[in-house]
Write a protein that binds this ligand. Structure first.
Ligand SMILES: [Zn+2]
Length: 488
């Protein structure tokens, strides 16, 4: 099965075909940089990173642009509050965003254009839209005339007549139609401005993405993405501007990811229930955030509660425990059984089918867990010296690392990563490491004195607190039981 992508415009899955042979251009609407980003803002970044990896895996050369909106009302207001210039404010939050991205260890975007670097492109676009009759100027403002674009509404399915009936829009004295949108607006006192044929002002929001797409990816984009809240009006307006400017089709595939909920509510700044990505990564781990955001299909809502994070930790610990075991068993010269090699091949195939089916990441993860289960079965049913087990360990590591790469997951060093999961859970469960270590010393004394009753009691006491004790020839170690059913 070849790659199929759900296209918001046609409301169905379509076989993916790029405009130019072997090359894909992707544009994703990025953040407005006036604050730290919450985990919902990262859903698109992490998902489209997977899209990009999979397209490359499928043989395409991908150019991925994600923009920064670095001038708008919120930026101007926040900068004024802080008594700094908008440029200082946005530089700070662009850096903060890039720091967060670095923690996630995703493939860097090829281009991160900024609106303020493209004012000349924006002005040129607006001049042509006016001269071709699609836009008009009134007292220093320029508006796009939605009635001049016959396909207006083709993305969102909204029709201007229905919009007029269903929405109460404050009539703007300068607009010909209430749904005409602003391309350029005059700057108020103290606001940043750029010179233009219509006086000093600044661009409206929608026009920047059309200008940056054209500047960096050309007149046609293969994949344009963003959150579902951008479908209307932002992306609808981008289509209107771009197609009126070029007279050609703007985007082949429109892809939109769904919201994140916190409990029952949508996560949003106005509801005050946001979790900053940085805080989440500090409490848990960037790997947990990536896993969490990909564990649900991108077009479904994702609910984030403590329980979900614990489930992700449990899932990651299963994969990494198997990787740790495999690392210690793998032998470069050993060969796995035909049956195991067949299982590995079918894992690749299942992941491929899942990702080709509109990036069904949960289904791909299920295939990875089947593979982990098969490997764990090899480990429990064979002796460490068994060469077929050593061969299985070798191909298992290669398979999980390679497939994990499509998601930017499973690349951590297993022993260290499992240790950091332990530390996370020690904090989450309010455990005291000194207390655990002290009990283990008492237990080893009891064992030395052949007081096995006491040793077992201590083991049970620790187990009740989700601490697992392992005895081996090299001594006793402990770890947190990460597969417990959390009641929190
Ligand atoms: Zn945009």
């Amino acid at each position: 099965m070849s790659l199929q992508i759900y296209n918001t415009r046609t409301k169905q899955k379509e076989i993916f075909k790029s405009f130019r042979e072997g090359k894909v251009s992707m544009y994703v609407c990025g953040p407005t940089v006036y604050d730290l980003l919450h985990i919902g803002n990262f859903r698109g970044v992490i998902f489209f990173n997977c899209v990009r990896h999979w397209l490359e895996q499928s043989g395409y050369e991908v150019t991925f642009a994600l923009n920064y909106t670095d001038i708008d009302d919120k930026i101007i207001a926040r900068a004024a509050e802080k008594n700094i210039s908008p440029t200082e404010l946005t530089a700070f939050y662009i850096q903060a965003y890039q720091d967060d991205l670095k923690l996630l260890n995703l493939k860097p975007h090829d281009i991160n254009p900024k609106c303020t670097d493209h004012i000349d492109d924006i002005i040129a676009l607006i001049i042509k839209l006016i001269s071709d009759g699609f836009a008009y100027e009134v007292a220093g403002s320029v508006f796009f005339d939605v009635h001049k674009f016959k396909d207006y509404g083709k993305l969102s399915g909204k029709r201007l007549d229905d919009l007029a009936a269903g929405h109460r829009v404050d009539p703007h004295p300068d607009k010909r139609h209430p749904f005409d949108f602003v391309l350029w607006k005059p700057s108020k006192d103290q606001e940043p401005f750029w010179e233009s044929p219509w006086g000093n002002g600044r661009p409206g929001w929608h026009i920047e993405c059309s200008a940056m797409c054209h500047a960096h990816l050309g007149e046609h984009v293969d994949i344009h993405g963003g959150g579902i809240d951008l479908i209307f009006p932002h992306h609808e307006n981008e289509i209107a501007q771009s197609e009126c400017f070029t007279g050609k089709s703007f985007v082949s595939f429109w892809m939109h990811h769904n919201f994140i909920r916190f409990g029952e509510e949508k996560m949003s700044k106005s509801l005050g229930n946001v979790i900053k990505a940085r805080d989440y990564m500090e409490t848990y781990h960037p790997e947990v955030l990536k896993y969490l955001l990909l564990s649900v299909h991108y077009r479904s809502e994702l609910s984030v509660e403590t329980k979900q994070s614990y489930q992700c930790i449990s899932a990651l610990s299963r994969v990494y425990s198997a990787l740790r075991d495999a690392d210690s068993l793998a032998n470069d010269n050993a060969v796995a059984t035909d049956e195991f090699i067949g299982m590995i091949k079918s894992t690749y195939q299942l992941v491929k089918t899942s990702l080709n089916d509109d990036f069904n990441t949960p289904k791909a993860f299920a295939a990875i867990f089947e593979c982990v289960r098969s490997f764990n079965h090899e480990v429990t049913s064979k002796k460490p010296k068994d060469v077929t087990l050593q061969g299985a360990a070798r191909v298992f590591v290669t398979c999980i690392r390679e497939i994990g790469g499509y998601f930017s997951l499973f690349q951590e060093e297993p022993v260290l990563f499992l240790k950091s999961l332990d530390q996370i859970m020690v904090k989450q469960l309010n455990l005291d490491v000194a207390y655990i270590e002290d009990l283990l010393v008492q237990r080893s004394h009891a064992r030395a004195n052949k007081d096995f009753k006491k040793a077992d009691d201590i083991r049970d006491e620790l187990l009740a607190k989700n601490v697992l004790v392992h005895d081996s020839r090299d001594g006793t170690t402990w770890e947190i039981n990460k597969h417990f059913e959390s009641s929190q």
